[in-house]
Design a protein around this ligand. Structure first.
Ligand code: 4AD
Ligand code: MG
Length: 415
């Protein structure tokens, strides 16, 4: 494909790409037969072509070029809507099916793919089993206000006239599988009816959840830290070309070899108040708070022990202070904020029943989940990362909508 073309008299410069990378193909009128030169004149932006030629090194740069000997047009493209000039985000998102071809979007998807591969590699090396959690579920895993509800054969007697919900996280299901395999993870699309139009929220995104037996909330952070380091290491090893296209300053990524910082929510609140935030002791960290806080550190930051009442029902309370949960969010540096949420889980049956009641959650759909605490319950913990947030940080992209091939947000379902 020709992503750009320019001609200067007797020489045509075709910027070509083949999916694996980019290269300049040079057609010189003097060196090709007449019909090849004429074909080169016909080439438009995003035409598909077959070019044959001799590879030569660029006289000045560390790049290789193609001295064209033959050129066949496979398809001559109509006038391409995305030009070199600046386009607004709405225009680009409306043309997402074409925008995906541009070098920066190509680079982002390659890094996303590298993160996925590195994740599988890490879990494979550490004896985790991948479990595929269901997408259609009878109940909620996280915040009930953000559930996408759908009609599940409500007219059919056989189905009992039910509602179903699109999953918000596979966590509860991989907890069940953890009792079979010890260490498990899932990786799949999740859905949240987020009404917020922020740069970190999508309504459909990809989450990786991991769950491990006999691991407490500290061990849980250790696994997250090792996983994130493995991912960064792998991207720095394999994706320098993509990072350079994105003009990503890699120094902050390289800094992540150092130990990640771990502070409590109470300490985070105190620090934020000192920096002028109006956050209160029992508040969740807002996006601005996270940005402010992460700019203080050059490595990812775990914020531990949030107030239990602002976190999910399944999180184990701190035995030393039951108003706090044995949880941690991992915040990415450079202002990116939360990329992982995780916690130790409640292993005790009676306590879990009590928490379901406190959260006013219906008992029946959670009966199976309670079974996990009836038969061989063990201390365990887990976490989940948002692939788009992780990709945005590693690529240095401001808005996560560019990190997923076809973003879905409150105001976008097309293309
Ligand atoms: O913190 P969350 O809500 O945690 C869970 O769902 C747990 N069940 C995970 C677990 O313990 N297994 O979501 C996990 C991560 C967040 O840290 C964030 O990176 C991402 O998912 N995330 C979103 N990404 C894009 N758009 C949204 N609307 C997101 N909501 C959460
Ligand atoms: Mg969270």
């Amino acid at each position: 494909w020709v992503y750009n073309v320019r001609s200067s008299g007797k020489i045509a410069f075709l910027q070509v790409r083949d999916g694996t990378g980019f290269c300049q193909a040079i057609v010189s009128q003097q060196e090709v037969p007449g019909p090849v030169w004429e074909a080169a004149q016909q080439v438009t932006m995003e035409s598909s072509v077959q070019v044959t030629g001799i590879v030569s090194k660029h006289p000045k740069k560390e790049e290789y070029e193609l001295q064209v000997r033959d050129l066949v047009i496979v398809h001559r493209a109509e006038e391409y809507p995305i030009s070199k000039k600046e386009h607004g985000p709405d225009f680009l998102l409306n043309h997402r099916h074409l925008w995906l071809r541009s070098p920066s979007q190509w680079a982002i998807q390659r890094v996303r793919n590298a993160i996925i591969n590195a994740t599988y590699e890490y879990f494979g090396q550490n004896h985790y089993i991948k479990i595929d959690a269901p997408i259609l579920t009878p109940t909620s895993c996280e915040d009930t206000t953000e559930l996408f509800e759908l009609d599940y054969f409500s007219g059919e007697v056989e189905a009992g006239g039910r509602k179903a919900y699109l999953t918000q996280s596979g966590q509860l299901y991989i907890e069940a599988a953890m009792f079979s395999h010890g260490r498990v993870f899932d990786f799949g699309p999740v859905f949240r009816a987020e009404k917020s139009k922020t740069r970190r929220h999508l309504t459909e995104f990809w989450m990786m959840d991991a769950e491990h037996a006999f691991v407490d909330y500290v061990g849980n952070m250790d696994v997250q830290e090792a996983l994130v380091k493995h991912i960064i290491h792998s991207v720095l090893d394999h994706n320098q070309y993509e990072l350079s296209i994105l003009e990503r300053n890699i120094a902050p990524l390289e800094a992540c070899v150092k130990p990640f910082v771990r502070i409590t929510h109470a300490d985070a609140v105190a620090q934020l108040q000192n920096m002028g935030s109006d956050i209160k002791a029992d508040d969740d960290l807002g996006a601005d708070d996270e940005t402010l806080l992460t700019k203080q550190y050059d490595v990812p930051l775990f914020v531990m022990k949030y107030p239990a009442k602002i976190k999910a029902f399944y999180m184990k309370p701190d035995p030393d202070d039951p108003t706090r949960a044995l949880c941690a969010d991992l915040l990415a540096p450079e202002g990116y904020g939360e990329i992982i949420g995780g916690s130790e889980r409640i292993a005790d049956y009676d306590l879990l029943v009590k928490r379901l009641e406190e959260y006013k959650l219906p008992r029946a759909p959670f009966e199976w989940y309670l079974d996990l605490r009836r038969y061989g319950s063990v201390p365990h913990s887990g976490f989940g990362y948002g692939l788009e947030r992780l990709t945005a940080w590693i690529c240095g992209i401001q808005h996560i909508r560019e990190t997923i091939p076809f973003p879905r947000m409150i105001n976008r379902l097309d293309p």
